[in-house]
Design a binder for this molecule. Structure first.
Ligand code: GLN
Length: 484
């Protein structure tokens, strides 16, 4: 087996027995990046020098027997997570040369474990998009079919995991940006409960929805990464001081006594027949494993897309007002006045989707429209959240498709924002409610991946991991690899 194909837990076992070193593993991953990244364009920056220094340090720790499961393990980080001294572009011209003076909390946590960063990953500009085509630099390609999108906005992180350009990755999810691309690339992607993981140092898109989470080759690895990144942080007042359990304890292979609900609204109109069939097969498998399955209903689901496209752009319009060319990032110098400079900075620094969001949000928040749009959306958000709470009185977890379609063709939805937004119908409500969700590989339709999404109540990541693990152990979808 090639070292770059290893999972975290497999690599850890070999590192621990000193059968391989972190330098060996890191070199294997860097070689792999050298071979495949020019085909898939998953990465914005490859940090080879830093990686080798970190790998050597990790090997020292193995000598001193001062290690954890993530010590010496290569990781790719989405390019909206601040990394001290390493440029963090958000795949935007605005931040093309931005080098953060500090680390995001999740980076501090990974560094403390002795993790090795091999690169920063491509994404939709400022995490706005579902296809990675909104990157200001280049689109990432889906390794299962190079003519298709990998999903977004964590397209780069997902592809880097799917093609073994890393052992794991971190992404961010505001409306589906971890789960949808993970599903499109046939990897595991987990969006934690809002407040479970610190957002400090994550470049803000929509602050009441954003969450950082792992993209991994299997469910065990997702538990291992969550063990490290979860927890309260005094630098993020929205992070919650709930104790962090050992998530590996939830990796139980049978589902006896588990009550699963299947909300009918997630089998939406326009859903592809092959996707529906695949999820139905997965549900039969869950039943075989001992779970009870019952149809349920979340009628307010139909409002989720509208609510999201009011709340997310509103928060984005406020968050992105900081890019005015004064403190950091791109600055247009050839201007007649201060106002002209700010206008031109934003005109040339932002791409079309980001401008669309800022305009939508500014409109929704403006005097005279605030009550009709923003305030109304917040009220409906509460209803959506309450509806989930009620359903979780009856069920331990819910099962849905991650996306209504398989990966679509590059360019197919670029001229129709509404079609693009619909790619997230199954994932957006989860951010609105603040609950956790995971996607696991569930099969293929004509060689294209399908993901199954599992949802649970706030801070029940253990239930997600339990159901996901049992399913994974009973199938082998996660072992299929694209040929690049
Ligand atoms: N695709 C959704 C959007 O464009 C969600 C993005 C995300 O989760 N960051 O806003």
């Amino acid at each position: 087996m090639n070292l770059y194909e290893l999972t975290i837990h497999e690599a850890h076992r070999l590192l621990r027995k000193r059968e391989i070193s972190s330098v060996d593993l890191t070199n294997a991953v860097l070689d792999r990046i050298g071979k495949v990244d020019e085909k898939v364009d998953a990465l914005m920056t490859v940090t080879n020098e830093l990686a080798l220094v970190q790998a050597q340090k990790a090997d020292e720790r193995f000598k001193a027997e001062d290690v954890t499961t993530l010590t010496g393990i290569p990781a790719v980080i989405k390019d909206n997570i601040c990394t001290r001294g390493i440029r963090t572009t958000c795949s935007s011209k605005m931040l093309e040369n931005f080098v953060p003076p500090y680390n995001a909390t999740v980076m501090e946590k990974l560094n403390a474990q002795g993790t090795v960063m091999v690169g920063k990953a491509n994404m939709d500009e400022f995490a706005m998009g579902s296809s990675n085509e909104n990157s200001a630099f280049y689109p990432t390609r889906n390794p299962w079919d190079m003519e298709r999108v990998p999903g977004g906005s964590s397209g780069g992180p997902s592809v880097s995991v799917a093609t073994d350009e890393t052992i794991f990755a971190l992404g961010s999810d505001t409306g589906g940006s971890i789960r949808q691309p993970a599903g499109f690339c046939s990897v595991v992607g987990l969006k934690p409960t809002y407040g479970r993981v610190s957002r400090y140092g994550l470049v803000a898109f929509a602050s009441s929805l954003d969450q950082i989470g792992p993209l991994t080759k299997d469910v065990t690895d997702a538990a291992l990464v969550l063990n490290v990144i979860a927890g309260h942080d005094t630098n993020d007042s929205t992070s919650v001081p709930e104790p962090v359990p050992d998530y590996t304890k939830s990796l139980i292979p049978d589902l006896r006594g588990i009550r699963l609900g299947v909300p009918k609204e997630y089998f939406v109109e326009g859903m592809e027949e092959g996707v529906k069939q695949t999820i139905e097969n997965a549900i039969s498998k869950l039943k075989e494993l001992g779970a009870s399955i019952e149809e349920t209903s979340l009628p307010n689901t139909k409002y989720a897309l509208s609510v999201y496209y009011i709340i997310a752009p509103s928060e984005a319009s406020a968050n992105l007002s900081r890019y005015n060319g004064v403190k950091y990032g791109f600055s247009h110098q050839d201007a007649d006045s201060m106002w002209d400079a700010m206008e031109k900075t934003r005109q040339y620094g932002f791409g079309p989707e980001v401008k669309r969001r800022i305009m939508l949000g500014t409109y929704a928040l403006s005097t005279g429209y605030y009550d009709a749009y923003y305030l109304k959306a917040q009220k409906v958000r509460t209803l959506i959240r309450q509806e989930f709470n009620q359903v979780f009185e009856k069920f331990d977890a819910l099962i849905t498709p991650t996306s209504p379609t398989v990966p679509f063709k590059i360019g197919e939805k670029m001229d129709d924002p509404m079609q693009m937004y619909l790619a997230d119908v199954c994932t957006l409500p989860i951010n609105i409610a603040g609950i956790p969700g995971i996607t696991v590989p569930a099969g293929f339709v004509d060689g294209l991946p399908v993901g199954m999404q599992i949802l649970a109540k706030p801070f029940a990541e253990e239930t997600l991991l339990h159901v996901a693990y049992a399913y994974e152990q009973a199938t082998d979808w996660h072992k299929h690899k694209p040929t690049v």
